[in-house]
Design a protein around this ligand. Structure first.
Ligand code: ATP
Length: 737
């Protein structure tokens, strides 16, 4: 009777859908007749009395019966998160390694596993066991050289669809350090959710997430100033904006102290309790953290040495005569076994568990208080102010309109078929164009996985991605003034220095050669500054781009365009400052069209040099880029026409002049200053060889040059280099997996 009244009280409470695990713990601690837990979101009831646990699936009924004990992980779906069980069987992963890639190394050896919705799973194992490899494969980050079966809810995993359902938080949490927490969330929600939510709904979502993870108060703090734990929580929050039902985290606690790690794991536990499938690799969980996991999946040398609940680990090991000492953390003991501290035990463990296939140890035994106690201990620490309270945010699924309504919005005649295809497109369409046209007619929210496959990867249109990425880049440039400011100062200083060095020689026939040197130096200087300012960009941003691109924030095309466009205004300003100062000081002809032509040519040269910087940056890491960068520029320099002219070298080498962008830049700039029927220069000496500028052009072999042709050649080289760097970036992003 007492139980019934408690149940009825709890279930009516449950109908109000409380949201935090703290409520669960509180309701447990408040109940005298035993521990009563309530899962707030699925509104199912659990009764834990005298150490036994039951789950009732009769939701919201005041007359709920206590049912037979069932596994805690069974059917943990909620109205906010659709459950996705992720399983794999006979998974093998081989890589080529060694000298000339002649050796084949098997990293995962026919491993099996089942990661259920609602479970917080920890993948543990010694270093080099294959934890990250497994996570990369399951998340779809690694897609090659894999054998075996991966299923989602029993059906083969469809990568395109899977990407829209999952998020991967990588180990190196690269955040934009100059963006505040709020700004980072703003860009994440706008890029990842796109037009699927209105402005106020997006704001509300950000607020809810930040409040839940205890970061609303720090929303105006720049990411670079956050603590390690806050950074990790923010990286989770950035991916939570789309409410992914499956989340992968590689070493989320690395670099964090024990209390911060515990706080993060408790957040993950609460996210899992909402029905999500949360899988993370972890090195050495503390005893408290260890208890919080629902599922432990241990691997050694690419094979499964344990899969089951944390509470079943010690009994499992005992069955194999491996007695965990009482005072030991079972996770530590398992890791010692895995590293052969007690002799070669791994084959026995692998065999007993059928390399992960056996589910026997997943069932929770009668006594699950250890996990509840662990969570309660964490809650108490949060309440005592020892750590910032965190909980799982409530995020309504983006698909708020039933399918029928979606169909009504589109004229039936426009649909090829109303069958949902396996590719995730909910209509068969004749062509891409057709698909776009029809999508435009949708004015309502659509589940990303229901859109046509080729358009479903990004929720934001290309133009929106570009605008948002440009906004983000400019905001960062604005905050990180040091780089932009120093570039401008350097150009102004060098313009003045060169202007003073070649002061007033512009109209002096006896200084014609020096004037030519001024032109050459200007191009050299602008080339090197633009080249080196971009050479570090991509290598430094690579981890962040890799993460954001993989998690479907934006396409590489949009990122690349933004990266390219964002730097152009700064380059234009810097070049203008240098050219105007030095042009005036050196007393070049004050004819506006010559200044414009000279400026245009130097800008083109700097943009081409920037493109070479992009190619180098996309190909090499920071260190090698710095070493090889100048090496790539040198050939252009030798064949620029300054040191040696085309007519003086063997015919076989002429092509090198034709591909040297510096030759075109020097030719175009010289024509701008000396060409176009420039009148005779002043001669302050007894004899001046180059009174007529045209004569000088003849001597340096540029009399037949064409400014237009030089511009066209530079444009062509520019476009080719941009294409090459784009494809290298795309290749590197793919190869990094
Ligand atoms: N592409 C590759 N080529 C060669 N060897 C590889 C490759 N990828 C992984 N390995 C090897 O596979 C093994 C497993 O690597 P993995 O990164 O998955 O280990 P881990 O368990 O995550 O280790 P840690 O805890 O130290 O991060 C290691 O020995 C690693 O050197």
């Amino acid at each position: 009777m007492q139980e019934e009244s408690v149940l009825s009280e709890i279930s009516s409470e449950a109908a109000t859908a409380a949201t935090s695990f703290r409520d669960v713990v509180l309701s447990m601690s408040e109940t005298k007749s035993g521990l009563v837990a309530r899962r707030p979101t699925d509104l199912s009831l659990k009764i834990i009395k005298d150490g036994s646990e039951s789950v009732s699936t009769e939701q919201q009924s005041p007359k709920t019966r206590i049912t037979e004990p069932t596994p805690i992980a069974a059917s943990k779906s909620s109205k906010y998160v659709k459950s996705h069980d992720l399983a794999f069987k006979d998974l093998q992963y081989r890589v080529k390694s060694g000298f000339l890639k002649s050796e084949i190394k098997t990293i995962l050896k026919g491993i099996c596993g089942n990661f259920k919705a609602g479970d917080l799973t920890a993948i543990i194992g010694p270093s080099g066991a294959g934890k990250s490899t497994l996570l990369n494969i399951l998340s779809g980050y690694t897609t090659r050289n894999i054998q075996g079966e991966i299923t989602v809810n029993g059906s083969p995993r469809e990568l395109k669809k899977f990407y829209t359902q999952s998020a991967y938080i990588m180990q190196d949490t690269e955040l934009q350090q100059f963006l505040t927490v709020m700004e980072a969330m703003h860009f994440s929600v706008n890029l990842k959710v796109g037009d699927q939510l209105g402005r106020s709904a997006k704001k509300e979502r950000i607020k809810r997430i930040l409040e839940a993870i205890g970061m609303y108060e720090t929303r105006q703090t720049e990411s670079g100033h956050l603590s390690g734990g806050q950074k990790k929580r923010l990286s989770v929050a950035l991916e939570l904006v789309t409410n992914p039902p499956i989340m992968f985290l590689d070493e989320p606690t690395s670099g964090l102290d024990s209390s911060t790690s515990t706080q993060l794991i408790s957040l993950l536990k609460k996210l899992a309790d909402e029905g999500r499938t949360i899988i993370c690799t972890i090195h050495q969980p503390s005893a408290l953290m260890f208890q919080m996991f629902d599922h432990l999946f241990a691997i050694a040398d690419g094979q499964c040495i344990y899969t089951g609940s944390t509470s079943n680990l010690v009994p499992f090991l005992s069955e194999l005569n491996l007695k965990c000492p009482e005072s030991y953390n079972p996770a530590d003991y398992l890791l010692e076994i895995a590293t052969n501290d007690y002799g070669p035990q791994n084959p026995r463990l692998v065999k007993k568990l059928e390399n992960g296939l056996l589910e026997t140890y997943r069932k929770k035994p009668g006594n699950v208080t250890a996990q509840v106690d662990a969570m309660q201990a964490v809650e108490q620490m949060m309440e005592a102010g020892l750590m910032t309270p965190v909980t799982a945010p409530i995020i309504e699924t983006t698909l708020s309109t039933p399918m029928a309504t979606i169909e009504e919005e589109i004229p039936a005649a426009a649909w090829g078929s109303k069958e949902m295809t396996s590719g995730g497109c909910f209509v068969e369409l004749e062509s891409k164009k057709d698909c776009r046209k029809k999508k435009k007619k949708l004015s309502i929210q659509i589940d990303p996985s229901k859109l046509c496959p080729h358009e479903s990867r990004y929720m934001s249109s290309f133009s929106n991605q570009l605008i948002l990425l440009l906004q983000r880049t400019f905001l960062i440039l604005w905050r990180d003034k040091s780089l932009t400011r120093s570039r401008i100062i350097i150009h102004a200083l060098m313009g003045t220095f060169v202007g003073i060095l070649y002061y007033g020689i512009g109209n002096d026939a006896s200084n014609m050669l020096n004037n030519f040197r001024y032109i050459f130096f200007s191009i050299m200087f602008l080339m090197y500054t633009s080249f080196s300012s971009i050479i570090l960009n991509f290598p430094l941003e690579f981890p962040m781009v890799s993460r954001e691109h993989f998690n479907r924030w934006y396409s590489l095309r949009a990122y690349y365009m933004a990266l390219t466009l964002a730097d152009i205004p700064i380059q234009l300003i810097c070049t203008l400052i240098f050219v105007v100062i030095s042009y005036v000081l050196t007393n070049q002809p004050l004819e506006i069209y010559r200044l414009v032509l000279f400026f245009g040519m130097t800008v083109m040269a700097s943009l081409v040099a920037q493109s070479i910087g992009l190619v180098v940056g996309a190909t090499f890491n920071v260190k090698n880029g710095a070493i090889f960068g100048p090496f790539f520029i040198s050939p252009f320099l030798i064949f620029s026409g300054f040191f040696v002219q085309m007519r003086d070298v063997h015919e076989l080498m002429h092509w090198l002049f034709h591909i040297s962008f510096l030759k075109y830049a020097l030719e175009g700039s010289s024509l701008a200053i000396f060409g176009y029927e420039r009148s005779k220069l002043d001669c302050n000496e007894i004899f001046c060889q180059y009174v007529r500028p045209n004569r000088f052009l003849q001597v340096i072999g540029m009399e037949d040059g064409s400014y237009l042709f030089a511009t066209a050649a530079l444009t062509f080289i520019f476009v080719m280099l941009r294409l090459i760097s784009f494809y290298i970036m795309s290749y590197r992003l793919r190869m990094s997996r």
